[in-house]
Design a protein around this ligand. Structure first.
Ligand code: SF4
Ligand code: MSK
Length: 621
């Protein structure tokens, strides 16, 4: 049967590689998605429950069959419990990633960092001051030890409120207090969600959803924020730098190594090993011109933001890059790594290596990274990748890479503005920039790859809305050519003028998916400068192609922080119209923002523009 991939992706590299891999008889995510059709309707609506073994149970959405599970849980309870567990899993994933970084910081403080070091001492001191750590006259390692201890405490049960909440506007913090959703220990909120959703605990669907917001806030203003800040301390705070994107970043004449996952603890060490003269000489001795490191997904974004390392693709490209036959080794850490991927690699010569005790994959060689062995192990792996160059067969790299600029941390954006957010606020007040939108999240085979991200971004910038993006959305718009200064040609006249004067693209790459907290910090800084709440700002969020539980947590902490957020794919909640109404309407009166669901990016752009214009009007702009 002829396979039609045109509707699967708008990315030319993906399309060409899909055709090539069809010839190689390789199965990809799109075919597996097709094989799953039709998806279970109960699960799609959130109406199935397997939280205990009196079940599994399901609620009949048409009212003819059972309306309660064996325990008596109705549609509202089951839908809210399922969504709560989804948020908990996402919050746990991000926050556990943050914990791993704090552990490395603690090791560096002990002097046992083995190659890791503090790269941004000024940020270390700023963070330490926020955590109440004495910084005067003390060495970096002493400060790092106390900061790491303070951050580890944030994960537990001794905090009534997380430290970094102090960055949020006072009005927002008072609202969280009033609603009793001020997040306490990060692990506590996740653990409590698992407790509440056990059979026979919280059977009030509204109370479950409120705890979902609290749990998500513990990620956004806790675990994820710690992950981003500690990454900056250990590996440097990003600043704008040029890079390249799409599968054309792979080089036929060089040894290609791809890093995949999320945690820069592994990929930073691999980068250092790839740059070592000894390894480059070894590559040359084996007939290659050098060693080319590229990323996919968010560990790629981490390297792109800090070092300009090229980005081979986003989530749905992760199998396709192997189809080039040009990848000597893929090194993975955790999150968003499809278990299929080592099977795809068996069709080529790529060696697949997993590195985290928490994330093992069938068919991969497991080589575990720890601070004490990281530098040496990275060198060993790069050496093995170099030696694998000899096993290459046919190579197919069908496109040229697209230039992009990454590295827009909050510090870099404020720096580009001259050291204060005032020029951005002035441009917003003057109407040159109508507002800003954060476009975040993944690819999902339910949506044409990159179509949601690219179409929404195009419509927003041409209507003078500044776009900041992260994660796989950021890779989509890089591949589409929106992340260079020349992309102001796609912007409306006001945005074009402002970005042109600052020599920045109209679409700013703010990092990986944990780095969505950079958007929170920027929004809080703008709100504080205007002395309003985040929910008063002419801003919005969108996740046009999300798939992951982490994205559910991100969406929930955006909304709970006051950011109206438009989702592309529908979350599994339509089994309860009470839950749907609360999330898409009722929350406006509770936290000043709601979710919307709109899979058509043209219509999503209209929703966001309407929201931004309404907020401008309310502010008297
Ligand atoms: Fe069924 Fe209730 Fe058990 Fe869920 S918790 S599986 S609804 S009995
Ligand atoms: S990698 S969570 S697919 S953004 Fe962060 Fe991409 Fe989404 Fe994973």
């Amino acid at each position: 049967m002829k396979k039609e991939y045109i509707q699967e992706t708008i990315a030319q590299d993906s399309r060409l590689l899909l055709r090539k891999m069809e010839g190689d008889a390789v199965t990809t995510v799109w075919e597996r998605h097709r094989d799953q059709q039709p998806h279970c309707g109960f699960c799609e609506m959130g109406l199935s429950c397997r939280n205990c073994v009196m079940g599994p149970c399901r609620i009949d959405p048409f009212g003819d069959g059972p309306q309660q599970g064996v325990c008596g849980a109705d549609a509202n309870i089951i839908v809210a419990r399922n969504l709560g567990r989804m948020i908990a899993a996402g919050a746990a994933s991000h926050s556990d990633h943050g914990r791993d970084l704090v552990e490395v910081l603690a090791k560096v403080a002990e002097g046992d960092g083995s190659g890791y070091q503090i790269r941004d001492g000024a940020k270390l001191r700023r963070l330490a001051a926020e955590f109440g750590v004495d910084v005067e006259g003390r060495e970096e390692k002493q400060i790092a030890a106390d900061l790491a201890y303070g951050m580890q405490e944030e994960y537990g049960m001794r905090r009534k409120s997380l430290t970094l909440l102090a960055r949020a506007p006072e009005k927002r913090r008072r609202l969280w207090d009033k609603l009793n959703i001020t997040p306490r220990g990060i692990d506590r909120e996740t653990s409590e969600m698992m407790h509440r959703t056990h059979m026979g605990v919280d059977n009030d669907w509204q109370s479950l959803l409120l705890h979902g917001l609290r749990n998500a806030l513990s990620d956004g203003w806790g675990g994820s924020m710690i992950a981003t800040e500690v990454s900056d301390i250990l590996f440097g705070t990003p600043s704008p730098r040029p890079t390249l994107s799409n599968v054309g970043v792979l080089k036929k004449e060089q040894v290609n190594i791809i890093v995949h996952g999320h945690n820069p603890v592994v990929s930073e060490m691999v980068l250092l090993a790839c740059q070592s003269p000894e390894m480059i000489e070894r590559a040359k001795a084996r007939g290659a011109q050098g060693i080319n490191l590229a990323g996919v997904c968010c560990t790629g974004n981490e390297l792109l933001m800090r070092h300009g390392v090229a980005m081979a693709g986003n989530h749905l490209c992760t199998e396709l890059v192997l189809g080039t036959g040009a990848v000597e080794m893929m090194i993975v850490d955790y999150q968003c790594i499809m278990p299929s991927i080592a099977q795809v690699a068996t069709c080529y010569h790529t060696r697949m290596v997993s590195t985290s005790d928490k994330a093992r994959f069938p068919g991969m060689t497991h080589r575990e990274f720890h601070p004490h062995n990281a530098a040496g192990l990275a060198r060993e792996l790069v050496q093995e990748a170099v030696d694998n160059f000899a096993n290459r067969k046919a190579v197919y790299i069908p496109v040229e890479p697209v230039p992009a600029v990454g590295g827009f941390s909050v510090e870099a954006i404020v720096g580009a503005l001259g050291g204060t957010p005032e020029p951005l606020l002035d441009a917003i007040k003057a109407g040159k920039i109508r507002g800003a939108a954060g476009i975040v999240g993944c690819n999902n085979p339910k949506i044409t790859q990159d179509h949601g991200h690219v179409t929404l971004t195009r419509r927003l910038i041409e209507n003078d809305i500044l776009v900041v993006d992260t994660g796989c959305a950021a890779v989509a718009t890089a591949k589409a050519g929106f992340k260079v200064a020349e992309a102001i040609q796609y912007a409306g006249p006001g945005l074009k003028e402002v970005c042109g004067a600052l020599q920045i693209p109209p679409v700013l790459h703010m990092g990986s998916c944990v780095d969505n907290v950079r958007i929170l910090v920027l929004a809080a800084a703008l709100a504080n400068a205007l002395q309003v709440d985040i929910s008063d700002l002419p801003i919005a969020g969108a996740a046009p192609e999300w798939y992951s539980e982490k994205a559910a947590a991100i969406g929930a902490y955006f909304v709970a922080s006051g950011v109206y957020t438009v989702l592309g794919p529908m979350p599994p909640i339509t089994g309860s119209m009470d839950v749907v109404h609360l999330l898409t309407q009722g929350l406006e009166g509770v936290v000043g923002a709601t979710f919307a669901v709109e899979p058509d990016p043209e219509k999503a752009a209209v929703l966001i523009r309407e929201r931004i214009e309404a907020k401008r009007k309310a502010l008297g702009l």
